[in-house]
Design a protein around this ligand. Sequence first.
Ligand code: ZN
Length: 223
Amino acid sequence: MIGLNLRNVRLRRAIAPLPLIQRRIVIYTPPLARLIEQLQKLPSVGPKTAQRLALHILKRPADEAQALAEAIVNARQQVGVCQTCFHLSADPVCTICRDRNRDQHTLCVVADSRDVIALEKTREYRGRYHVLGGVISPMEGIGPDQLTIQPLIRRASQPETTEIILAISPSIEGETTTLYISQLVKPFAKVTQIAFGLPMGGDLEYADEVTLARALEGRRELL
Ligand code: ZN
């Protein structure tokens, strides 16, 4: 049976059209094909955009391409996460955590570093953050242990923490995560949730700054 199946696979391979990338090598000279292939792995970059970007890079001076390549490699090598809040940082402790002028009593819990960036752009929030690294999602095999929930509990239990703001985008998984965390940190501090003027599934990252500032201002206590 196994031999038969293998023959079938070989037969199918022989008659199947070549995958897109193999056909593209015929169109593009190999180094260009490789560049397009890599660019296409980026989010929101389809084949046409990848081609446009690649041809643009080739038209620009060589040192610009070098700078782009170096910036990618350096960022990938140097940027890790802050050991306190888990926001992206090239230093062991990020600039937000090091800033003693920020409100040390408030801790804003977000799913991702992108949310920290979105909230920082509002210039409304002056407290500290805690980045979970995702949301609880049994479908994707993400449980509480895969997130930075234990460090969050340790930070929540510090006497200086008086308010914990939960700012997790409102999806089914987001709501589950909010509920789960609120139960865990309630014994230590006042727990609030930001008032999303966003539809279910609306992403923190895509909310405009005014909406996000209002959502923060209108946060309500989770009882
Ligand atoms: Zn930090």
